[in-house]
Design a protein around this ligand. Structure first.
Ligand SMILES: *Cc1c(COP(=O)(O)O)cnc(C)c1O
Length: 429
């Protein structure tokens, strides 16, 4: 399988090279040159297959010769060592819970898969790779845990001081080993700007190999297709299916649309956003206008220029009408999101985080006009990660899951950075 750049000004590359590079040399995102539907028997027998087997058959064509079968199967077993339960919330609506991984957010799967792929590719090389990543919370913790103790890979995470939740900070700063956390005196945008500057800095050439681990990387993006297959495996309805995806950079939604192209019978998709509503506006007006991001309570979706949307357009042949037949988009205010969390809890006994609540709201909006569908919304994080913005009743009932209780007592280790020059000195040493 070859990958081409969506800017069409760079050579095609293998899966291995696409993973190592992250972005193509012409700054375009890599896209698979072929998306072939899976055979009919695959879907017929899916109910009897293990997660690892499904994942292998889904991703193998995209990895191709880059990783041998036994190694790829091992990577997948390791990556997917937790559950993805589908929970019925009310009649006709289920939540696909993607927060049962080590950092309690759906980014665990992509980060773990990418880490293991990079670790595999690095086996034969002496040169260490440094993964440099800016985070507003979830990405950094998933990447830190995903890459923890992966040989040959150093991870440097930049996060804005005082702007991540207490749990997120502990998840970023207590691992040690090959994970270094840098606390930046500034905003997430400042962190991002420093990372970008480092990638463009010629002084690192030949000294330190830098790579990124955000969802532009095909190894983080593609394994997200699994969620939709795992959900389908657990569904028993005969109705047409609609999946609602709370979206920021649109990597997760794009992976769902890929799963549909592979033949998974999902009839429709819904994108739910917070006030950062570039895509819902586009779907309504045909006018794509990126904006500066605004801060909301579903902060992992505070994205003004969604990086993966270009992949979605490519999937639909850059045809607006074609895309619109498959995708609705709705945006919601923080007040609406809070009310949804409250109602889900009081009426249905379900605890949702602010991101999942946006997914739920978007699904409800779609179902109002399309009552014959069965709906699934993706619950992308555990509510405890966003404790400070939960409604009071929910706050009282939300406890830290057993698996991460110990983390709150661990000692934070982070170095303060306030300017690019300081980051550069650290990286050059
Ligand atoms: C990253 C994230 C999202 C947005 O996912 P995209 O693939 O960027 O659209 C939604 N919810 C949570 C909790 C996240 O961490």
């Amino acid at each position: 399988m070859e990958y081409y750049s969506l800017h069409h000004k760079a050579p095609k590359v293998s899966f291995k090279e696409a993973v190592i590079r992250g972005l193509a040399p012409d700054k375009g995102l890599y896209f698979p040159s072929e998306i072939k539907p899976l055979p009919e028997e695959f879907f017929k027998n899916m109910k009897f297959k293990s997660k690892g087997e499904i994942a292998y058959e889904v991703i193998q064509p995209f990895v191709d010769h880059a990783i041998p079968e036994v190694d790829l199967r091992g990577i997948l077993e390791d990556t997917l060592s937790f559950d993805f339960p589908l929970v019925e919330v009310e009649k006709g609506i289920s939540s696909l819970e993607l927060f049962h991984g080590p950092t309690l957010a759906f980014k665990d799967v992509g980060a773990r898969f990418m880490a293991r792929c990079l670790g595999f590719f690095n086996q034969e090389s002496d040169a260490k790779v440094t993964v440099l990543v800016a985070t507003s919370g979830d990405t950094g913790s998933a990447v830190a845990h995903g890459f923890y103790k992966v040989p040959g890979v150093e991870v440097v995470i930049l996060y804005p001081k005082g702007k991540v939740s207490a749990i997120q900070e502990k998840q970023l700063t207590t691992l040690g080993e090959n994970i270094t956390a840098l606390e930046v005196e500034g905003t997430f945008d400042d962190c991002q700007a420093m990372v970008k500057q480092a990638f463009l800095d010629p002084d690192f050439i030949g000294v330190r190999k830098l790579t990124s681990a955000n969802s532009i990387n095909v190894a983080r993006w593609l394994p997200q297709m699994f969620y939709y297959f795992f959900a389908y495996q657990q569904l028993t309805t005969n109705k047409p299916l609609v999946f609602s995806v709370p979206s920021g950079n649109f990597g997760n939604l794009c992976a769902g649309l890929m799963a549909q192209k592979l033949g998974l019978p999902i009839q429709h998709f819904v994108a739910g956003t917070n006030a950062n509503d570039v895509v819902p506006r586009y779907l309504q007006s045909g006018n794509y206008a990126e904006k500066l991001s605004v801060a909301t309570i579903s902060n992992a979706m505070d994205v003004g220029a969604p990086s993966n949307f270009i992949r979605i357009q490519e999937l639909f042949g850059n045809d607006f009408e074609n895309l619109k037949k498959n995708l609705h988009g709705f945006s919601f205010t923080d007040a609406e999101t809070k009310t949804a969390m409250e109602q889900l809890f009081l009426r249905h006994g379900y605890s949702a985080d602010p991101h999942g609540a946006v997914g739920y709201l978007a699904l409800k909006s779609f179902l109002k006009d399309h009552p014959n569908y069965y709906g699934v919304f993706l619950e992308t994080a555990h509510p405890v990660k966003f404790l400070d913005v939960l409604p009071f009743e929910l706050q009282q009932k939300t406890c830290v899951p057993e698996a991460i209780v110990g983390i709150m007592d661990k000692e934070k280790k982070a170095e303060i950075v306030s300017a690019y020059a300081q980051l550069k000195i650290k990286l050059l040493n």
